[in-house]
Design a protein around this ligand. Structure first.
Ligand code: G3P
Length: 230
């Protein structure tokens, strides 16, 4: 298990069957191959049940899709930060558009991850939300307009003002928090556009997970990321 560094392409496996169980591991291996070939950080966020296999069998950074801000003890059906740490993840997404939690829970999860030595990627739907959540001092913020998620319409091209707005909003609160963007990111050019708008990478899912040839798509993205860093 490698550490996590930016810029990065973070692939959220969501609950897609194409990235579940044995297929999660296969896709993580494709991500690992691209990461090695292009010397680019490619991280993955598989389902909880696949975290252990992916951290054990690959060397890329692995994120949990969610954690609950609970302390160890009498809780049932929750995801404990210490538990995901023990299987080797480097951090967790928090407040993904498909797994929204309250501001109070976001703040507490960021703190729990930090005290456990894990990285928090807090998702936000608008620049205004980014500004509000930046005050919790997460390690990374990901701007993802929900209306573009899963559409194949890239936020970095369709709504560049949302991405730059998020970058600016976060900078005003805490300039040391890097911003990722996601929603509809599908080809290399979308990644290059994201970097040009001031982000440190992308958070994506369907463009890679549901691609007929994930390797080709991801390799194109990695190549563009390297090119954009120029
Ligand atoms: O977490 C990534 C995500 O919500 C974007 O999804 O399918 O539009 O890349 P997608």
């Amino acid at each position: 298990m490698a550490g996590f560094s930016l810029p990065a392409i973070v692939v959220n496996f969501k609950c897609y069957l194409e990235a579940t169980g044995r297929k999660a591991l296969e896709l993580a291996r494709v991500c690992e191959k691209v990461s090695r070939e292009f010397n680019v950080t490619v991280a993955v966020a598989p389902q909880f049940t696949d975290l252990k296999a992916v951290t054990k069998e690959t060397s890329i950074p692995v994120f949990s899709q969610h954690v609950d801000p609970i302390k160890p003890g009498s809780h049932t059906g929750h995801i404990l930060v210490e538990a995901v740490k023990e299987v080797g993840v480097v951090g967790s997404l928090i407040n993904h558009s498909e797994r929204r939690v309250s501001d109070e829970a976001i703040k507490a999860a960021v703190e729990r991850l930090r005290e456990t030595g894990l990285t928090s990627i807090v998702c936000a739907d608008t620049p205004e939300t980014c500004r509000r959540l930046a005050s919790f001092n997460p390690d990374i913020i990901a701007i993802e307009p929900p209306e573009l998620i899963g559409t194949g319409i890239p936020v970095s091209k369709a709504k560049p003002e949302v991405v730059t707005g998020a970058v600016e909003a976060v900078k005003l609160v805490n300039p040391s928090i890097p911003v990722l963007c996601g929603a509809g990111i599908s080809v290399g050019g979308d990644v290059a556009a994201a970097l040009k708008l001031g982000t440190k990478g992308v958070l994506l899912a369907s463009g890679v997970v549901k691609a007929r040839e994930p390797y080709k798509v991801l390799a194109d993205m990695a190549k563009s990321l390297v090119g954009a860093l120029g």
